[in-house]
Design a protein around this ligand. Structure first.
Ligand SMILES: Nc1nc2c(c(=O)[nH]1)N[C@H]1C(S)=C(S)[C@@H](COP(=O)(O)O)O[C@H]1N2
Ligand SMILES: [Mo]
Length: 539
């Protein structure tokens, strides 16, 4: 009896896993059911060595920038999703190969029970992995589990069935399971594979198409809510220095704010059941509702957040208006025990960071935030609660906070454990957004001037001076617009006296206390990028 080879198993595994992935995708979009390939991928990124993951992220960010895509983070999430799909497809091919190889050596084992068993093993492994991730899902965990198990059982059953059909199609004596089947039904292996491929392709394409359409409609809904900035002028509206045309928006719109986290699927935290659990070195553990946190006097502040992975001049930086409660207001009500020195924040996606009480006590701006630009945090930006700690990169600032553990010692956070900087203090950086060649100004002095502009940022240290130079010429001071707050970026502008030719413009800034921005180029890993930003133009 000629049972199909493991090479055929690879092919069949691929043909059956592709529609399974599409099914997970569309069910995720339609009903909030778990998208298993994304969960598996996120699990992998958590267990793989930090160095390897960092290398992967670096390579990805570079590749995306080389291709010239605008939003690095959006492209990165798409690349991650692509990798997740590819990984699951490979796993499916491997499973097909293993099953077919096993069935070839164990000739007495029936195709169908073996397929079903493979499906059961896969289901069990996936359920264990997703349970280990512990990430909240949009549907009840039991429903998610049943759906996942059924999908894998169906996949396994189909795999076994395909194996049986292929065995029969060889024209060998029928297997016990296939007895009594009409010989004319025994199509050739090739024809069976082609038909299977056709069905698989149809389901896969249809699933992907439906999923894509449903996703677009959801996005539209979010955009229709009204932000604070829609009907409030910015506090520096009257600031003397007008940004050079083409400079980025001083306040980043919520759609344009970058997103970076360790999730291919956004953790879906349910507001009604969510509590901020506070435990550890406290007199009595407490659970706070979002309402209780909102009842404290709110703190509104404009904040520039940047990712430590942001390359010089990159898009992983944004400014919006954060609302929350200062930790200094909440702390007294938590009744910390003597000896408490640190707070460990743990998030719904398993991410965690540790902040020193010293930091919190020294800066009332450290806060638990629940709104951005007057709206509840979007799910991808950490609904319902995230922390803000001035002067530090995003990696120190968990979103989707679920619990605070009061400790008597410091511990490494998620990215610190994976080789990134312990402190992660934002480095000073300055960027040229625009050399507005089509905005030539003819001033009274009859020189033609071209507005050049961009941002400069130095965490909570402020920016005292920005300088621009053309080619290897002298550094000249730019004008600074009053910033939105002491922790946001500053918009700068320099009206350059036009000289025709090819020119390279470079910018640098100084921190509030006068320290110059680090000019020596360094990659983002391990403590944030440094180096001067420049733009070359033919004028
Ligand atoms: N729970 C959780 N919080 C997180 C992260 C994460 O992966 N999980 N990533 C951090 C990083 S590296 C950055 S740069 C910021 C980004 O916040 P944003 O996506 O809202 O811009 O979130 C931080 N908080
Ligand atoms: Mo980050």
């Amino acid at each position: 009896m000629a049972r199909p080879s493991s090479a055929t198993g690879v092919l069949v595994g691929a043909l059956l896993t592709a529609p399974l992935i599409a099914l997970f995708f569309v069910a995720g979009r339609l009903f909030g059911l778990p998208v298993v390939p994304f969960d598996l991928f996120d699990w992998l990124t958590r267990i793989l060595p930090g160095g390897l993951v960092t290398l992967g992220i670096d390579a990805m960010v570079k590749a995306i920038r080389a291709v010239g895509s605008t939003g690095t983070d959006v492209a990165a999430k798409l690349v991650e999703q692509g990798m997740a799909v590819a990984a699951m497809l490979v796993a499916g091919m491997l499973a097909g190969a293993l099953l077919f190889a096993f069935l070839r050596s164990a000739k007495r084992v029936g195709s169908r029970p073996a397929g079903l068993a493979a499906g059961a093993v896969a289901a069990l492994a996936v359920l264990l992995i997703t349970a280990g991730l512990g990430r909240p899902t949009r549907v009840a965990p039991a429903i998610a589990a049943v759906w996942t198990a059924l999908a894998f059982l169906a996949w396994g059953a189909t795999l076994g069935w395909a194996h049986l059909r292929l065995t029969e199609a060889a024209g060998a004596p029928a297997t016990p399971e296939g007895e009594g089947r009409d010989p004319v039904e025994r199509v050739s292996r090739r024809r069976f594979i082609v038909r299977l491929g056709g069905a698989a392709a149809t389901i896969t394409v249809a699933g992907a198409a439906v999923g894509a359409v449903v996703g677009t409609r959801r996005r539209g809904l979010v955009a229709s809510r009204r932000a604070w900035s829609a009907d409030h002028p910015l506090p520096n509206a009257g600031a003397g220095v007008e940004p050079a045309p083409g400079t980025r928006d001083e306040l980043t719109s919520l759609e344009d704010h970058y997103r970076i986290d360790i999730n291919t699927t956004v953790p879906a935290v349910d507001e009604a059941s969510w509590r901020l659990r506070v435990g550890g070195l406290v007199e009595r553990p407490v659970e706070l509702t979002l309402r209780q946190l909102m009842d404290y006097e709110p703190l509104h502040q404009f904040v520039t957040l940047a990712c430590i992975s942001n390359p010089v001049g990159g898009s992983l930086i944004g400014t919006t208006r954060w609302t929350g409660v200062s930790l200094q207001r909440v702390l007294p009500d938590l009744k910390l025990k003597p000896g408490a020195t640190h707070l460990k924040l743990t998030a719904a996606d398993g991410f965690y960071e540790v902040v020193a009480l010293e930091t919190v006590r020294a800066d009332e701006r450290a806060m638990l935030a629940y709104a951005w630009d007057g709206l509840p945090l979007e799910p991808k930006h950490g609904f319902p609660l995230r922390i803000y700690i001035p002067d530090l990169y995003g990696m120190k600032q968990p979103k989707w906070i679920q619990s605070i553990d009061v400790l008597d010692h410091w511990e490494e956070g998620y990215w610190v454990e994976r080789g990134w900087d312990r402190t992660a203090r934002m480095k000073a950086t300055s960027v040229i957004d625009t050399v507005s060649v089509n905005m030539m100004l003819s001033k009274a002095d009859a020189t033609t001037r071209i507005p050049i502009g961009g941002i400069a940022h130095a965490g909570a240290r402020g920016v005292s001076r920005v300088e621009v130079r053309m080619d290897d010429g002298p550094w000249t001071e730019a004008k600074l617009r009053a910033p939105l707050s002491g922790t946001t970026w500053v918009l700068w502008r320099y009206d350059w006296a036009f000289v025709p030719g090819n020119h390279k413009f470079t910018v640098r800034c100084y921190e509030g206390q006068g320290a110059a921005q680090i000019a020596e180029p360094a990659p983002p890993h391990p403590s944030g990028a440094s180096g001067l930003h420049s733009k070359s133009l033919m004028l």
